[in-house]
Design a protein around this ligand. Sequence first.
Ligand SMILES: [Zn+2]
Length: 122
Amino acid sequence: MMHCEQCNADIEQGEEREHLGKVLCEDCYMDVLSPVRTCDPWAVHSAKSFEAHTGGAARVTPIQAAILEMLEETGGLEPATLLERLKGKLTQAQLEREFATLRHMERARGEKRGDKVFLRPW
Ligand SMILES: [Zn+2]
């Protein structure tokens, strides 16, 4: 199994994309190719306008709120550490899905620190 060097997501065999020598998942590849994040403009737009109406955190699910809280508390965690702290509430695949949602909402993102990828608040 390959991993995206940007967000650490699992990449199915043959699904990997390469950009400037980095192996990326489809999502991150779209991101680097379109810096203004045109991959899903409607999702980002509607998340933002919804937030404007509700005043913020209302849109995140309880588990997403828990993830954000831990990331904000620590300033960033490796996915494995975050999974441990969630005490089995999520599988790795579920965490990746929640994190992808948070990333699209611009609430959290991946960051490379040395040779490790950390999840951190946006
Ligand atoms: Zn990725």
